[in-house]
Design a protein around this ligand. Structure first.
Ligand code: NAG
Length: 357
């Protein structure tokens, strides 16, 4: 009898704990947030990028956008069975026709599952390197390619694995072989990854990698997601998606990052893009992260784009540039401006090009 009571008490306590955690998680995921439409003019869908997502985008100075598509990520919906692909979209060409980026021989394209991407241009010889977070069979690794514009192709140079790079979400390259990367989970193990979300602890890290050293250079993120660098290469920006914050971190001489400030954004912001001219940050955000994960086509997740101006000043301004309730685009994960236009990508839905007001 005594034993039964103990078991009952434990089960009741555990259920209460799970229930309480669920409520906390729903709150953190902004499950009940109402979104008011805030559309931009002349939005056009990018044909050919429907239902495969366009999770991350980076735009080269000549207007070529590189887009990562087909992400399959545990716990998130995915509507494409095909392997992931990288696309090129020439924003200088009115036709807006994406073409698959050719990957040279010797790379396994069947298991390719690209996530965050970043480009590094070597100032000395103008070589362009494309860094891609890849999750073949749910693993976490970084691929470095060389991009050859004349051939519309990339050639694989190397794959990087490290136990510190166990749950990489996004990456920013800082040299031909070095980068900063975010981990969106604390645990590397698939089951523990699902459980840790209930604990909602700030245990995630940012890692610096070079062939000489790999180290954790910043921590205490609930889930470190998008990462990018300031135009002067002095600061790193990290979006803590579950913290509803964007962190400004200073690159120190030893490659460690020191905390400068964090800016509240009030949304679950995913990738961070930086306007190389103005220094403004552009964030593709999930206004309702709960809906983005649970996914009900009758009640789709919305999209939100935020812009942060003067982030290094006393009073950064956070402006909502675009919001949609999911009737146009679901689950926006990235937004990047180019010559008066805004390219918006999503985790598993469409890509949209709008005019900025
Ligand atoms: C989104 O808002 C539009 C009005 O702008 C409305 O017609 C539509 O039903 C809404 N969709 C959802 C999924 O709430």
């Amino acid at each position: 009898m005594g034993k039964l009571i103990v078991v009952c008490v434990i089960v009741a306590a555990f259920s209460a704990f799970i229930g309480e955690r669920f409520v906390k998680l729903r709150e953190r995921a902004l499950a009940d947030r109402l979104l008011v439409q805030n559309h931009l003019p002349n939005c056009r869908l990018i044909k050919g990028l429907v239902k495969c997502g366009s999770e991350d985008v980076t735009i080269l100075p000549n207007g070529l956008a590189i887009i990562s598509t087909g992400l399959k990520y545990p716990g998130m919906p995915s509507f494409s069975d095909a392997p992931g692909k990288l696309y090129l979209l020439d924003l200088e060409n009115e036709r807006l026709k994406p073409v698959a980026l050719r990957i040279g021989q010797g790379f396994d394209t069947e298991s390719f599952n690209p996530h965050g991407i970043s480009v590094y241009t070597d100032e000395k010889d103008h070589s362009v390197y494309l860094f891609v977070v890849n999750h073949p069979e749910d693993k976490s690794q970084i691929e470095i390619f060389r991009y050859v514009e004349e051939e519309n192709s990339v050639f694989h140079l190397k794959t990087i694995y490290d136990q510190l790079l166990h749950s990489v979400n996004d990456i920013v390259a800082v040299g031909p072989e070095s980068f900063y990367a975010t981990n969106d989970h604390y645990f590397g193990n698939a089951v523990l990854k699902q459980l840790e979300i209930l604990l909602l602890q700030p245990w995630c890290t940012v890692v610096y990698y070079s062939p000489e050293e790999v180290m954790v250079v910043a921590d205490t993120f609930y889930s470190a997601n998008g990462i990018n660098i300031s135009p002067d290469n002095k600061f790193i920006y990290v979006s803590d998606i579950l913290g509803h914050t964007v962190h400004v971190l200073k690159i120190e001489g030893n490659n460690y990052l020191s905390n400068v400030k964090s800016v509240n954004v009030g949304s679950l912001c995913d990738n961070v893009e930086v306007d190389r001219e103005t220094g403004d940050l552009w964030l593709g955000c999930h206004p309702n992260g709960w809906k983005a994960v649970m996914y009900d086509p009758q009640d789709p997740p919305g999209s939100e784009v935020l812009q942060i101006q003067n982030i290094h000043s006393e009073k950064p301004t956070v402006t909502q540039v675009y919001a949609d309730n999911g009737s146009v685009i679901e689950g926006s994960s990235v937004a990047t401006p180019y010559k008066g236009k805004l390219l918006i990508g999503s985790v598993y839905h469409k890509a949209l090009l709008c005019d900025l007001k």
